[in-house]
Design a protein around this ligand. Structure first.
Ligand code: MSP
Length: 604
């Protein structure tokens, strides 16, 4: 039994999962399911990176006093999202778990014993988005190109890891193992970075309350990337990983820092790191401020997990950048899943039911067709071994397309009158093609494949079944039903994921408020404490707008206030309402009235 250990990155919990995270996770799932079907001993690990300053910031912004409570609530959201997408991970690691902490300590101690940790100082830039130091040379217009934010300048004492010591060894390994980093463009990127010379990296940070404390020095917290990368060692019996699936954004951490840590700790290196491209949504970067973060759970509800999985693997060439849009998803659903696959299998099954009493008829297997299918299945296998998931799915759909052509050219609905054996043979061959499809589609669209297998009256439990055209005359099929229904373009009003009724909207009490006082909240960059006069008298409102408005410019403004929001405590101050504001990539703009109106007026 071959072993197959596959991982995804462990995701940050400062936000909900989006289609980009779903992409990585679905591809890893396809590989895990394929290897299981082949009979391999599979371990598929995913999870969450919780010990970041991003977690603390998000928890504060959302009014949580206890960070762990926030982390637990986010973990539920991520776990539910993966469940809805039929993700079949074997374990789900959370870096706040004790077992993970033990793992991190062990690795830390091992590299310390190796003499690879020393105390030093760092002065320079740190990007909170990357959770890493960044050099002046990497900035574009003074900002981190990935997160579009100005990094902060820090001067700190930390413990350093002697990464530079492993530069040559890492380079030699990459050169000796062509598949260690793929695709090739990413490999070249890593090689040229290595050749430009490696610096040691700081692996602890001072002054952080949240995170794993450094063994022997509680004033220092272990750098979140060191902490996070260790997660991969958790299923120790399966190490080394067969493949780490990541995107290009975190290439260097995985291809340089991680191998350095492993070499120092005396562990084997992962067999492969595959960095896929980045997804945009409707041609734009996925970002909260652009409002294009699509919740995979919403898409699943609207279309089904299989449709989303199919689109991601088929519509975004694995390794390249790609785009997600509901329009292109619908096109793939209508033109491929419904028109090609759904149409073929439904024709075969309903014909068998209606004209042959639900039993596969007596006929002859077409040897040419059989050879062709064998060849395609072999090609699919080869492509999956090479992680070419998009091409593998293309090849699978070619079988369905071929099936449609075959059915069409045999014309069994005519042949049944004049040449009944021809019609019978056609159906026998087509039933076998449907069976092959049930098997090869299982890793990609598991629910629809299981449904189809039931309709055909077969059980799929091994990839080998894709090579056996063993549906015999007399085989009884189940009840046919449509597996993919076409959908029309959206009515924009209906398309919204969260429609509310007018009654629900009416529950909101929004009033015009006059800002009477405003001051900064001590120790907070974002929060202002406002005194606002509304219908029932003065209110204290804490608003996250300090980076966009000075206290002085707010006093006297007539703003829109939700006055019946549950009070929330922010930095120890109870906020009794919320100001309405709009946000785009340039910043925040408060909703104000365009002519004088009495405070307390109702907004509808
Ligand atoms: N916590 C770190 C990873 C630590 S792994 C030891 C992190 N987390 S993340 O939440 O930012 O996830 C980054 C990963 O999410 C990417 O590498 C990729 O797998 C996935 N994606 C996030 N946005 C994506 C796109 N827009 N497109 C494709 N994948 C995306 O980095």
């Amino acid at each position: 039994m071959a072993k197959f250990y596959v991982t995804t990155p462990i995701y940050y919990i400062n936000a909900v999962p989006h289609i980009g995270h779903a992409y990585t996770t679905v591809v890893a799932d396809v590989l895990a399911r394929w290897h299981r079907l082949r009979g391999d001993d599979v371990f598929f690990l995913t999870g969450l990176d919780e010990n970041s300053v991003k977690t603390v910031r998000a928890a504060n912004e959302k009014g949580f006093n206890d960070i762990q409570t926030y982390a637990d609530s986010m973990a539920k959201v991520w776990i539910d999202a993966w469940k809805s997408l039929d993700i079949s991970h074997d374990d789900f690691v959370r870096t706040t778990q004790e077992r993970h902490h033990r793992n991190v300590y062990e690795l830390f101690e091992r590299i310390k014993k190796r003499g690879d940790i020393y105390k030093g100082g760092y002065e320079g830039l740190y990007c909170d988005g990357c959770e890493a130091y960044i050099t002046e040379g990497e900035l574009v217009d003074g900002k981190c190109p990935l997160h579009q934010k100005k990094p902060k300048r820090v001067k700190e004492e930390n413990y350093f890891f002697r990464l530079s010591k492993y530069q040559d060894q890492i380079l030699e390994h990459i050169e000796a193992s062509p598949d260690f980093i793929r695709p090739e463009a990413r490999r070249n990127e890593v090689v040229s970075f290595l050749k430009s010379g490696l610096k040691d990296v700081s692996i602890t940070r001072p002054g952080l309350d949240w995170g794993i404390k450094t063994p022997g020095d509680p004033t220092q917290t272990i750098w979140v990337w060191f902490d996070a990368l260790c997660n991969y060692l958790l299923p120790r019996d399966y190490w080394p990983a067969d493949v780490h699936i990541i995107a290009k954004d975190i290439l260097r951490f995985h291809c340089i820092v991680w191998p350095g840590i492993l070499l120092s700790g005396g562990y084997k290196l992962p067999k492969e790191i595959f960095a896929h491209g980045f997804l945009t949504v409707d041609g734009k970067k996925i970002s909260k401020s652009l409002g294009n973060v699509i919740d995979p759970a919403y898409l699943v509800k609207k279309y089904s997990a299989d449709v989303i999985r199919y689109f991601l693997v088929r519509g975004v060439s694995f390794g390249q950048d790609g785009d997600f849009s509901e329009d292109s998803l619908r096109t793939r659903l209508n033109d491929e899943l419904a028109d090609v696959l759904g149409n073929f299998v439904h024709r075969v099954l309903t014909f068998t039911r209606d004209r042959f009493g639900g039993k596969v008829p007596q006929g002859k297997l077409d040897k040419k067709l059989e050879a062709e299918v064998h060849e395609r299945v072999q090609k699919i296998e080869q492509l999956l071994e090479e992680l070419k998931v998009t091409q593998a799915l293309e090849e699978i759909m070619a079988i369905a397309k071929r099936g449609n052509e075959y059915f069409q050219s045999c014309k069994p609905w005519e042949a049944i009158k004049s040449e009944p054996e021809k019609a019978a043979s056609c159906l026998l061959n087509c039933a076998n093609l449907v069976k092959v499809l049930c098997v090869v589609l299982t890793p990609f669209i598991p629910s629809a494949s299981a449904n189809l297998a039931k309709q055909l009256g077969v059980k799929v439990n091994s990839w080998k079944q894709a090579k056996e055209l063993d549906i015999k005359p007399g085989h009884r099929i189940g009840e046919p039903s449509i597996i993919f229904t076409k959908v029309k373009a959206n009515d924009p009003a209906q398309a919204h994921p969260n429609l509310v009724s007018i009654d629900d909207f009416g529950k909101l009490d929004i009033q015009i408020g006059m800002v009477k006082s405003a001051q900064k909240v001590p120790n907070s960059k974002k929060l202002l404490k406002l005194g606002v006069e509304v219908g029932g008298g003065p209110r204290t409102i804490v608003a996250g707008i300090a980076e966009h408005y000075t206290p002085e410019e707010l006093v006297g403004k007539f703003v829109d206030v939700v006055v019946n929001l549950e009070p929330a405590k922010l930095m120890g101050i109870t906020s009794q309402g919320m100001l309405l504001a709009a946000e785009d990539e340039k910043g925040i703009s408060l909703l104000v009235t365009d002519k004088p109106i009495k405070h307390g007026s109702k907004v509808r």
